[in-house]
Design a protein around this ligand. Sequence first.
Ligand SMILES: *Cc1c(COP(=O)(O)O)cnc(C)c1O
Length: 370
Amino acid sequence: MTNARQDVCNFNPGPAALPDEVLQQAQAELLNWGGCGLSVLEMSHRSKEYEGIQARAEEALRQLLDIPDDYRVLFLQGGASLQFAMVPMNFLPSGGVADYVLTGSWSEKALQDAQRLGQPRVAASTKEGGYRTIPSWRDLQPAPGSAYVHITSNNTIEGTQWQDLAHGLTVPVVADMSSDIASRPFRVADYHLIYAGAQKNIGPSGVTVVLVRESWLQQAEEIANQRNLPTMLRYAIHAKNKSLYNTPPTFAVYLVGLVAEWSLRQGGLSAMAERNRAKANLIYEAIDQSHGFYQGVAEPSCRSLMNITFRLADAELEAKFLQEAKTRGLIGLGGHRSVGGMRASLYNAVPYEACVRLREFMDDFRHRFS
Ligand SMILES: *Cc1c(COP(=O)(O)O)cnc(C)c1O
């Protein structure tokens, strides 16, 4: 079967949908960027042209996320997964304590790497209830002398999300925002460090965006020296070299810039949040009005607007759902291999109309099989 792009609704969890406009712009500029006769793919990362492209990407992100001037924006590689290691390597002194909040499989992975490097403590965990909930900030009591608290703002696999990112803690807070950065307004200044693999909400795979408070980098440098860290694992090196210590993922950085500019044209974070809420509501309504035919996985008060997880009565019906969805061009709806079930990822670039098509399919499927 062959599909035209407009026939397909992409609910992939990541790499995920990118805006048509962004891909069209990249296509139009692909062979000759800005009249320089070269593709971005062929440029030296030391050229004026590329410097401008990266500066423009950073500027668009700064505007979109309202990043304070005393924060550095880094474009790194190794995915969000490398940040699981880099955060404790640079900010957890050997033998030091940090607090981890377990809300899903990605936070477990972050904890695992911290365990290799120091003495992280589990400050709160919702594992016992199958990660269907998010703890309350009020219940978090960081350990005395804790270097930082680590959270996962959106749990991509389980389908839960911190509803409120304003924590009120006095300890530095680090957030893995891979799957919901730029999906809603929040205060960057509440977090000492934020990291996000780009491939969910802000670009393609291959680049990880890190926002870090400049004054905190001093500490990172000391700890990196203490640990004798290799060069590429040091935030301070990447910051000093403006993410150009070695060859950055140039094309991915360029696309992050185009996506951020697109997001600004859509009206920025509050417009994104409003659209994302409307999209998610369509699907949650289909679940809640199905009399149990679709069972939402997350506790309603902790539901994610980005990844909607649900189950059907049995594996056979779930397989049928996925199969039929696919023949209608609704793709990427299978749950993560670790948990099964269904997952609809409704990141910023997924249009409202795609959610309408999914909603119609869900209602139709239920009428035929309940
Ligand atoms: C996808 C994801 C990761 C892993 O990202 P990679 O870039 O593949 O390393 C980590 N954390 C969260 C919350 C994610 O959604």
